[in-house]
Design a protein around this ligand. Structure first.
Ligand SMILES: CC(C)(COP(=O)(O)OP(=O)(O)OC[C@H]1O[C@@H](n2cnc3c(N)ncnc32)[C@H](O)[C@@H]1OP(=O)(O)O)[C@@H](O)C(=O)NCCC(=O)NCCS
Length: 193
């Protein structure tokens, strides 16, 4: 990524289709081995589009894109949750995905730090995340970023029972303070909404 520009910003409503396509590509690159084929087949730009059309303009949701050379390369979605995985929990990280070509370069860490900073700025104190039990790479990533394992679980998606587990961050303001977060050298133009 040497020489490439890296920018974090909220996607525009007109970018919903680009983010739906990015979401699908990330699934295909990362989930083929761990998500049933039939479920993968339901995950298309068309089925994802309504979620993006709803999420981007919803300012209750934190939606942040990572753009490499102005092209969407990853994203995080976080915010409140009606489903409490843990007593006293208030925030949830709904999804974080990065294209294979840009994994391992610190973009995921930055996206989580931004999500934490946003939630803390809204008065939040904690954030959970659900991850497929077999997604060892993401589990290691969350553990590296200080998330604590809470429990194993199971959820249903389009008729498929998937094993997952819940992690929590209780230290939004201390462990990952946005003001002290190190961002990649090439970053510029950060904004939350
Ligand atoms: C998981 C994911 C978001 C991580 O983002 P990333 O940009 O690749 O991670 P970063 O480069 O910011 O890494 C942050 C830290 O986590 C560690 N880490 C990242 N991926 C790891 C892995 N697969 N195994 C072990 N450690 C890992 C890094 O070593 C780094 O620690 P360091 O700074 O001490 O070296 C990204 O790989 C991804 O999009 N995966 C596919 C989608 C997915 O599974 N999303 C989660 C759904 S719940």
């Amino acid at each position: 990524m040497a020489g490439a520009s890296l920018i974090f910003r909220r996607p525009l409503p007109s970018e919903a289709e680009a983010f739906a396509a990015l979401h699908v590509q990330c699934w295909q690159e990362s989930y083929t081995e761990i998500v049933p084929k039939e479920l993968m087949a339901t995950f298309t730009s068309t089925t994802r589009l309504p979620m993006w059309q709803t999420a981007i303009p919803n300012l209750e949701r934190f939606v942040l894109g990572a753009y490499v050379d102005h092209q969407p390369a990853g994203f995080v979605i976080s915010g409140s949750t009606p489903e409490k995985h843990v007593e006293n929990q208030d925030g949830h990280l709904w999804g974080i995905y990065i294209l294979e070509a840009y994994k391992g370069k610190g973009i995921g860490r930055s996206l989580v730090q931004y999500a934490h900073a946003d939630w803390a700025a809204r008065g939040g104190t904690s954030m959970t995340v659900g991850v497929l039990a077999e997604n060892k790479a993401a589990r290691l990533f969350y553990e590296k970023l200080g998330a604590r394992f809470v429990r194993d679980g199971e959820y249903e998606w389009s008729g498929h029972r998937l094993k997952d587990c819940i992690y929590i961050w209780n230290d939004l303001n201390t462990g990952y303070n946005f003001k002290t977060a190190e961002l990649p050298n090439s970053s510029s133009g950060h904004r939350f909404k």
